[in-house]
Design a protein around this ligand. Structure first.
Ligand code: PLP
Length: 423
């Protein structure tokens, strides 16, 4: 942590969020936790472990590579690849006992998504490839369109001795909208496809449709499994519906103040000089930028938190740094901890933060090197973070609104350069 910028990933929040979601579901309903895109930026392996501890019994990823990475980390929980894959990918999935999605709506398409058959028999006692058939009921992304196509595909899959048709699912486009009419229509269509499959004797063991929003809002749409993503990470769509269970954010981003300068009227800040001081202001530099996943579109819009006070982001966000106006923050200094999002930083992190040089320059008498060492001590960070459990939160929904996106994208954008500390 030589730069002082880091993220806290609160795995207990993930665990508790899933427990809360499960408390809304029938006892027999299973939870598949989506850990694609590196666990929405949190770290796929750590999220997978926390999710299983919270009661998830399956994991969802986008690619076979993501599934194999979990297997290599020793995770043997059932995994479903939610995207489509190549024939080679399907063969790798079969060997790793990973289920794949058949999402191509025609018979040629499924051939391209299944392992090449070398004969009519399964190879020795090789495991069969587990597949879930996707049905497109209105997302227009993947899956069989209409009951007839779904039946055809299901029959073709059943005819393959090396394939096991283990699930049928659909995905809702508008489960997080204020108006659920679109989702309602999708569920109706899904049910009619399930009836058509049943008429030809196909009732795959696992049926699923609900994402986080649907699982939280409609207990009658849970089928056998719900596919939870965002809610486990502590977010739902802000302002659209209230989660019936409390959700705690898991991701928190911090960075130290490394420099403070007083600007005079007319002085400008950052590339393009998009901010001009109109009075004397104190401008602090924070070593985090769009190269870390803090979007440039937040320039001159967002605010951060320093010592419990909001401080606006001024000038354009740079790749590695950004500037904030701390004129209104009393008693702030180099080494104070800036909260970019998540739980307001505990007081204990101020002045103890950042480079030894910065600390020494501010307060030569306080034994700064020892304190800086404590900032690099994950168990001390974890303990001080846990002790601040009641602190307010700067929500990713707020930043997402300002950046014209959704919390998901900001999470996924947190780059590998930012060390994640798991608590
Ligand atoms: C990512 C994903 C989910 C989870 O969605 P959330 O909105 O994060 O709950 C569910 N189903 C599929 C197919 C997905 O790709």
């Amino acid at each position: 942590m030589y730069r002082g910028t880091f993220a806290i990933v609160d795995t207990s929040a993930i665990r508790e969020n899933i427990r809360g979601i499960k408390s809304r579901l029938a006892q027999s309903t299973r939870v598949l936790q989506a850990v694609k895109a590196n666990g929405y930026g949190h770290g796929a392996v750590q999220v997978a472990r926390a999710a299983v501890a919270g009661g998830a019994t399956e994991l969802g990823v986008a690619t076979v590579e993501e599934a194999l990475a979990l297997r290599e980390a020793g995770i043997d929980t059932p995994i479903l690849v939610l995207g489509v894959t190549t024939s080679e990918g399907a063969e790798a999935a079969r060997r790793a006992k990973v289920a794949i999605t058949i999402g191509n709506p025609d018979l040629d398409g499924i051939a391209a998504q299944l392992p090449v058959r070398r004969g009519n028999e399964p190879q020795g006692d090789a495991p069969r490839l587990s597949v879930h058939l996707k049905v497109d009921t209105g997302m227009s992304r993947l899956g069989a369109r209409g009951a007839e196509e779904a039946v055809q595909l299901a029959l073709a899959l059943q005819a393959r001795p090396d394939v096991s048709l283990d699930g049928v699912f659909t995905h809702l486009a508008c489960a997080d909208s204020a108006d659920l009419a679109h989702a309602e229509a999708q569920i109706d269509q899904f049910r009619s496809v399930l009836r058509a499959l049943a008429e030809v004797g196909i009732r795959p063991p696992v049926i699923h449709a609900a994402n986080s929003a649907a699982a939280l809002r409609r207990t009658d749409w849970q089928f056998d499994t719900v596919r939870v993503g965002i809610a486990a990470y502590g977010y739902g769509p802000a302002g659209v519906y209230d989660s019936p269970v409390p959700l705690r954010p898991a991701l928190h981003l911090y960075s130290p103040i490394v420099r403070i300068a007083t600007l005079q009227p007319g002085d400008t800040v950052g590339y393009g000089a998009t901010y001009t001081a109109e009075r004397p202001v104190r401008i602090a530099t924070v070593p985090v930028g769009y190269g870390d996943g803090y979007f440039r579109t937040l320039s001159n819009r967002a605010s951060v938190v320093v010592r419990g006070h909001r401080a606006p982001v001024v000038g354009n966000v740079c790749m590695d740094q950004l500037m904030i106006d701390v004129t209104e923050v009393p008693d702030t200094a180099v080494g104070d901890c800036v909260t970019l999002y998540g739980r307001y930083a505990p007081d204990a992190w101020n002045r103890r933060f950042g480079s030894v040089d910065a600390g020494v320059a501010e307060d030569a008498s306080a034994g700064n090197s020892a304190m800086v060492d404590r900032m690099a001590d994950p168990s001390w960070l974890a303990a001080t973070f846990a002790a601040a459990a009641d602190a307010p939160v700067l929500s990713l929904d707020e930043l997402a609104d300002l950046a014209g996106t959704i919390s998901y994208e900001l999470m996924c954008a947190l780059s590998n350069r930012v060390p994640r500390i798991y608590v």
